[in-house]
Design a protein around this ligand. Sequence first.
Ligand code: T3D
Length: 262
Amino acid sequence: MRYETIVFSCEAGIARLTLNRPERLNAFTVQMHQEVMDALSFVGGRVDARVLLLTGSGRGFCAGQDLAERDARSDAPFDLGANIEAFYNPLVRRITTLELPVVCAVNGVAAGAGANIALACDIVIAKKSARFLQSFAKIGLLPDSGGTWLLPRLAGQARAVALAMTGEALEAERAAEWGMIWKAVEDERFEPEVEALIAHFAAAPTRALAAIKQAMRSSATSTMSQQLDIERDLQRQLGLSNDYREGIDAFKAKRAPDFRGN
Ligand code: T3D
């Protein structure tokens, strides 16, 4: 597929997906959804992909649904549920089940579905100048793309409800203080920090990171006892991996491990 609304590459273990409609703050059109899903399918099928970086071009990360695609005055109302079923839900499911770390570099404003897609990623690093908006209620909607699930868990019920009902902007630094994102960094330090992070993951034991992702995500719906079983099963699999062997060998030889992601 030829991409017109995203920029995508996958080299040296690093997949980079940049939402690229800067004049619309990278708002999602049907075409962009299709291109993003195509790129994510590619990443999911590549055993050599070790980390995915999701970011935006220009001054915004993503302003959610492109509202130019909606005509509320049309005689034939558009089925938003069908759109969510076709595009937003598969996208969030894909991000949360990809068997590698997904780093979201929030380079600017993240609003509506754009905010929740960011929060659904495994590690969220944001520019200090970035802000997160649950802007849905401002246009008569509720948070989607997992927002009503993610927000109470990340921010707590009181903050989640207030963010969703007011649509107020939340500064990246505050989002980090509240535990919603990994960290907010000075704007001038943002790119080097993001590059260092993805370089780290590109040389990490990918199967272990995928197992961490799976176990952490399943904890939301498990009992402690079920989680113990999940940890046992995943640890059993990791114990058979080449990277585990390498980790042990490197530790004993007092050298840096050379993980290959398998
Ligand atoms: O519809 C369904 O399928 C249901 C699913 C919905 C999922 C959703 O995401 S619903 C929520 C949709 N998003 C929004 O409501 C956010 C709308 N945007 C804003 O509130 C503001 O733009 C921001 C707070 C994000 C940023 O404000 P600011 O002042 O920094 O920028 P701006 O001037 O408002 O925007 C810059 C341009 O981008 C502007 O175009 P212009 O005037 O320069 O030609 C603006 O219209 C455009 N833009 C921003 N967001 C969107 C957009 N164009 C289309 N759709 C957008 N979502």
